[in-house]
Design a protein around this ligand. Structure first.
Ligand code: KG4
Ligand code: ZN
Length: 337
């Protein structure tokens, strides 16, 4: 029996079918994730229609498992939180339909959650003392944004990517190098064996003071470098290129974050989103924050990549703020924070 507010979170925005139960938005009682990596691997990326079908097959069992792991009965839930976007619309719809059906059948409140807000709020799960204000760097497959979290309900986007997201660049470069999908973890692994100074890829910083990002130049630089090596008939130095590419991306992410900390004067940073699972990024951000006297909060890798505990956590704060959704709640491919 739990005295706190119990929220069930459901996440199906991309290729992970996930459900979790949190108490008071700060503790995950369960966090169940069914990955579709093996299904999409053969295609080199996520196939939206296939993702939707697999969500449909998996979602009921995953929700059951999340309730069972948490030791929570359906009737004990206080609210049902679900990702409403941004994401693959067909995939998001499966989670929405599940959450709506449960909310209706159980007579529980339904709360639609912004996926990126979920990524940021993941940091609350393991850090009971973390409170806004703080700066957040969200680096995922679809987003790279610096966000000033002024309060639980006041999030200001300071900068975002003008072309590829950091994770997207990782995935594309991995494909060029033949490392497979998902690219981020593969590059992370390969980079561990390579020399980060072997090749020098351009770090695009944009206008002075800008907190926007651009990663398409680095990606093109890698493509040209690989083509040159292939045309010369020599072997492609996969590990060295992976390490050099990773260092270029990390340099940009760390430098822009340093600039944002300077501009906002914030003394705490949350590093989140799938790319925040990257070993080199975590190490470098630790060093930069220690130097700047900034407290750094990085969710464990399982809470960085897509999961439902983060959705339940963000949903708890939405619920507490009095936000409720109707059964007409829609799915969104793009959605402002
Ligand atoms: O947040 P996430 O799970 O899904 C989206 O909301 O997009 O992020 C997925 C992205 C993918 O591009 C994946 O390659 C990247 O995060 N990623 C990584 C690592 N683990 C996942 N990128 C770099 N290093 C990693 N270890
Ligand atoms: Zn995500």
């Amino acid at each position: 029996m739990n005295d706190g507010i119990l929220v069930l979170g459901i996440e199906t925005s991309c290729d992970e079918t996930a459900a979790a139960v949190t108490v008071d938005g700060r503790t995950a009682l369960s966090n169940v994730i069914a990955s579709q990596i093996d299904v999409h691997k053969v295609f080199g990326g996520v196939v939206p229609e296939i993702a939707s079908r697999h969500h449909l097959e998996a979602v009921c069992g995953i929700v059951e498992a999340a309730l069972e792991d948490a030791g929570v009965r359906r009737d004990e839930l206080d609210a049902i939180a679900v990702t409403k976007g941004p994401g693959l619309v067909g995939a998001v719809l499966i989670g929405l339909a599940t959450a709506k059906a449960m909310a209706f059948a159980l007579g529980k409140p339904l709360v639609g959650v912004h996926h990126i807000r979920g990524h940021i709020f993941a940091a609350f799960l393991e850090n009971p003392k973390l409170e806004p204000p703080f700066l957040a760097l969200v680096a995922s497959g679809g987003h790279t944004s610096l966000i000033d979290v002024r309060g639980y309900d006041e999030l200001a986007v300071l900068g975002g990517t003008r072309d590829d997201a950091a994770g997207e660049a990782f995935d594309k470069v991995a494909r060029v190098l033949g490392l497979g999908y998902p690219g981020g973890p593969m590059i992370d692994l390969a980079a561990g064996e390579g020399d980060p100074d072997a090749a020098r890829f351009k770090r695009t910083m944009l206008e002075p003071g800008s907190l926007d990002f651009s990663f398409s130049g680095i990606k093109t630089g890698v493509l040209n470098h690989v083509n040159t090596q292939r045309q010369a008939g020599g072997p492609v130095d996969t590990a060295d290129i992976a390490a050099s590419f990773q260092q270029a991306v990390v340099d940009v992410l760390v430098e822009k974050t340093r600039l944002a900390l300077e501009q906002t004067g914030r003394s705490a940073l949350v590093l989140c989103g799938g790319v925040a699972a990257n070993t080199a990024l975590r190490e470098r951000m630790e060093g930069a924050c220690a130097q700047a006297g900034v407290r750094l909060f990085m969710p464990s890798p399982v809470y960085c990549t897509d999961n439902a505990a983060m959705i339940a956590c963000a949903g708890y704060y939405d619920f507490k703020a009095g936000r409720r959704d109707g059964y007409d709640l829609d799915a969104y491919a793009e959605l402002d924070l």
